[in-house]
Write a protein that binds this ligand. Structure first.
Ligand code: NAP
Length: 266
């Protein structure tokens, strides 16, 4: 049997197990996917222990994505290296990846969004924003990052080919944009949007990384403005699809993984 899992703290509510197990069932694979609660400071031992126990691969969630990226025994792919964060490890090959970036581009592709030459505004400058900014810039979009703490957006702009701003710049950026991506936590705890509804317009595609709730205030405002919308479940599904494909070399059953995830989210 193949064994996969996810390390994080907390990890109890991770939706990756039902999503991956739906893929194993659909393809008849003898595999299992479990949650491993790993505390900060125990990451290196956990990775070595998992390797010794014969675990085939694992995903990494908060707060360990940067710590895993700095483990000397793992070889990082270009994306993980550029973002300085790992969310997928192949223990057989001792290779580490960041599939959040592919989660962004594959979600956009799924919704027929042309990224090359598009003007994209990413709100936020944390982990999700790094993956979005990196991937959109790699795909030749003109990327603007706006964050509450402007220095963090400026730091991101120094690393990638993007421009950094404070949230005040959204007034000028959003009306001119083709793509608006929310990578803040705004919309999770409260029914609030990080972007003023008056700025949204029908030429815009609005992508929210937040997936609890699935229908955020931002996406409701976007629909009301006539914009296209992409909810946060897509990014979560496609980062999992990409990890599944790295581990198994099989084409992932996307619809089954998406169904399993959305059933849990509802
Ligand atoms: P993070 O690294 O902690 O970054 C949080 C970001 O939110 C920062 O830019 C922060 O700004 C901003 N922020 C927090 N409160 C704010 C407020 N009241 N007003 C304006 N900005 C605020 O978090 P993350 O890991 O990037 O996650 C961000 C969101 O993306 C979460 O909802 C997470 O669940 C989601 N996510 C989804 C996926 C997916 O697959 N769908 C993957 C990863 C993350 P400051 O820098 O000023 O603090």
């Amino acid at each position: 049997m193949e064994l996969y899992g996810i390390i994080g703290d907390p990890v109890e509510h991770s939706l990756s197990p039902p999503m991956h197990e739906a893929a194993y069932r659909e393809l008849g694979l003898d595999a299992s996917y479990v949650r491993f609660h790993v505390e900060e400071g125990d990451v290196e031992e956990a990775v070595e222990g998992a390797k010794a126990l014969g675990v085939d691969g694992f995903n990494v969630t908060v707060p360990h994505k940067q710590a895993v990226a700095s483990l000397p025994r793992l070889e990082l792919d270009d994306t993980a290296e550029a973002i300085s964060a790992v969310n997928t490890v192949d223990l057989g090959e001792m290779k580490a990846y960041n599939t959040d970036a592919a989660g962004v581009s594959r979600s956009l592709e799924r919704h027929d969004v042309d990224v090359a030459g598009a003007t994209a505004v990413v709100v936020g400058a944390g982990g999700a924003a790094r993956a979005m900014a990196y991937e959109l810039s790699r795909l030749d979009a003109e990327v603007h990052v706006a964050n509450r703490t402007e220095e963090k957006a400026d730091r991101l702009a120094d690393e990638f080919d993007v421009s950094g701003h404070g949230l005040g710049a959204l007034d000028d950026l959003v009306p001119e944009a083709d793509l608006l991506l929310n990578a803040t936590t705004v919309g999770m705890e409260e029914d609030r949007s990080p972007v003023d509804a008056d700025l949204l317009h029908p030429e815009l595609t609005v992508f929210d990384a937040v997936y609890t709730p699935l229908e955020t205030r931002l996406l409701r405002d976007a629909e009301a403005a006539g914009a296209d919308t992409i909810d946060g479940a897509w990014m979560l599904v496609y980062q999992g699809v990409e990890a599944f494909e790295i581990w198994t070399d099989l084409e992932a059953p996307v619809e089954d993984m998406d169904d399993a995830l959305r059933r849990r989210l509802r």
